[in-house]
Design a protein around this ligand. Structure first.
Ligand code: PMP
Length: 407
């Protein structure tokens, strides 16, 4: 499919060691590593084209603006949006969802309205709606999951009533790896005239997204999970929604005319981009999309699937007492587990001593942890540059750690 050594050579961090062992980086769901071309683009921006965007008449400022705006068009094409005006740059998925909750929810929801979400949501898709509850008394209705971690579609359908105002659902769970049937969920919601926000943070690094085909009203994601720079995220929103929504923050860039008596606002997307944007990182994000296109997200997904299936099979066969969380038919390269009743933190610390980086804890999904009756898990998550040999190292380390904690 692709030359894994060539891929790995593009990520200098993969050459480092931890406790004198080669780093095995398995925390890609939290953030993925960044290829050299992206970092080169950042350096080039700082050394050659750093000037504030959108307002300079001078050449360097215009070049910086062009680089940033070219990325907007690049993102539009990448997700199949109708117009580049539907692409709002944010700090990340979190800010994108906060923007929609505050601006859309704050304007169009009324007391008693219901918002459907799921028990597997990340805090980024729970807390913004709870903050909104300080302004509007909305009711949150989380849909349950089955023992494999798959959404209960019948329950989802049964939640719709005349009070249902909005659906906010993750495309892929960061804990369970479950890939939700978002196209079907959107179709059902639209059948009730209810708009849908999809939190795509965990889906887009390994899924071809076409927002028009999905018919999503809003789709959110973060560059840093897509081999891109930190500090950049995207809110895709249908233009009819973005045009009807009030600004989220006020300041420079987002205005039309300002006076002390009355201020008018710019059109979307600039209406939602108050202040100096992270134009250097936005420009470099383009290079991460080039990387994804070059390798092919389908190939990335297939590679991660192979690693996940291989690792899962070996874990079940070779680690006595292993408890897996999230065994959906359709899942991405995330494995959440516990070694018997050993604390997730102890497992993570010992794995680190063996050079293996995994995430431990509640993964910003405390309601899901409560639902599962646990405090946290250990989570290994794969990316394009991980290898079968790394999975072997991980499994061997896991055997040692299991013997220490449960032997
Ligand atoms: N939603 C999901 C499903 C996530 O996994 C994450 C990141 N862990 C977020 C939202 C938040 O993304 P960010 O921290 O980049 O804003």
């Amino acid at each position: 499919m692709f030359d894994i050594n060539d891929i790995r050579s593009q990520f200098p961090i993969l050459d480092r060691s931890v406790y004198n062992r080669p780093l095995v980086y398995l925390d890609n769901a939290a953030t993925s590593q960044t290829p050299r071309r992206v970092v080169d683009a950042i350096e080039k921006s700082y050394f050659e084209t750093k000037a504030n965007v959108h307002r300079g008449v001078f050449s360097v400022s215009q070049e910086a603006t062009e680089l940033m705006e070219a990325t907007r068009t690049r993102v539009q094409k990448y997700i199949g949006a109708e117009s580049r005006d539907e692409i709002v740059f944010t700090r990340g998925t979190t800010e994108a969802i906060n923007l929609v909750a505050a601006s859309y929810g704050g304007t169009f929801f009324k007391d008693g309205d219901e918002v459907i979400l799921t028990v597997m949501e990340h805090h980024a898709n729970i807390v913004p709606w709870q903050l909104l509850q300080n302004r509007v008394k909305i009711v949150l209705r989380p849909v349950s999951i089955n023992e494999k971690g798959e959404l209960d579609i019948d329950e989802y359908k049964s939640f719709f009533n005349e009070k249902t105002r909005f659906v906010a659902v993750c495309h892929t769970s960061n804990v369970l790896g479950t890939i939700n049937p978002v196209k079907e969920l959107i179709e059902i919601a639209h059948g009730h005239n209810v708009p849908v926000l999809v939190d795509g943070a965990q889906a887009i690094p390994h899924t071809r997204i076409d927002v028009k085909d999905l018919d999503a009203d809003f789709y959110t994601f973060s560059s840093h999970k897509m081999y891109g720079p930190t500090g950049v995220g995207v809110l895709y929103g249908k233009l009819k929604h973005l045009s009807a929504m009030p600004p989220y923050q006020g300041g420079g860039e987002m205005i039309d005319q300002v006076s002390f008596e009355k201020t008018t606002y710019a059109e979307p997307p600039l209406k939602f981009e108050a202040g100096t944007p992270d134009f250097v990182d936005i420009a470099a994000f383009s290079l991460a999309l080039d990387f994804l296109d070059e390798v092919g997200v389908e190939n990335i997904a297939a590679h991660e699937k192979e690693l996940t299936e291989y690792a899962t099979k070996r874990m079940i066969a070779e680690i006595p007492g292993i408890r897996l969380f999230g065994t959906a038919e359709k899942k991405c390269g995330v494995i959440s587990f516990l070694l018997g009743h050993a604390h997730h933190y102890d497992t993570g610390m010992l794995l680190d001593k063996l050079g293996i980086a995994v995430r431990t804890g509640h993964h910003c999904a405390q309601p899901l942890m409560r639902y599962l009756g646990i405090e946290g898990t250990v989570r290994a998550s794969f990316a394009v540059y991980n290898t079968i040999e790394e999975v072997d190292t991980f499994i061997n380390a896991l055997k040692r750690v299991n013997a220490m904690l449960n032997g």
